[in-house]
Design a protein around this ligand. Sequence first.
Ligand code: GDP
Ligand code: MG
Length: 167
Amino acid sequence: MSFTLAIVGRPNVGKSTLFNRLVGKRLALVDDQPGVTRDLREGAARLGQLRFTVIDTAGLEEATDESLPGRMRALTERAVAEADLCLFVIDARTGVTQPDMVFADILRKRADGRVILAANKAEGNAGDAGYYEAYTLGLGEPIPISAEHGEGMDDLRAALEPWAEQF
Ligand code: GDP
Ligand code: MG
């Protein structure tokens, strides 16, 4: 049993850091392989006993402020379409921003409940306010994680486990 998880969210929230932590050196597909564009990076993820495919929506990093909403929407909708499940990441240190709300809207409408919300950069106390703000996105209980420091990975695994049985 396996599933595909797309990591989505605005630039700089730590998506690629999390992707790299989940995939380690097991990068299954690289940019120049057929069907994988520059914008979506795919790898074989491991989290405890869980094995799944993870997609990093990397292409938004080069977007300008002006092109951001359109590109954000297109890329997120593609990730939603290609993945079984979305991990929507916000930056707990910054709190909920306008682009986060745009993502939340898309995910509420299109992902049909297949969304797990993670509040990254939650190490220490600096993310506490942002973590509680994340509840206002209407996507359920956020999971506090630190992709950089590897914190919250057990809780993330626990949230993913029911989906592993479903797909
Ligand atoms: P992306 O644009 O969403 O892919 O974000 P990146 O993975 O490139 O990370 C953006 C910045 O956030 C980098 O400077 C990371 O080192 C930093 N970062 C990522 N995860 C964490 C974390 O858990 N805690 C802190 N404090 N910084 C983080
Ligand atoms: Mg990235």
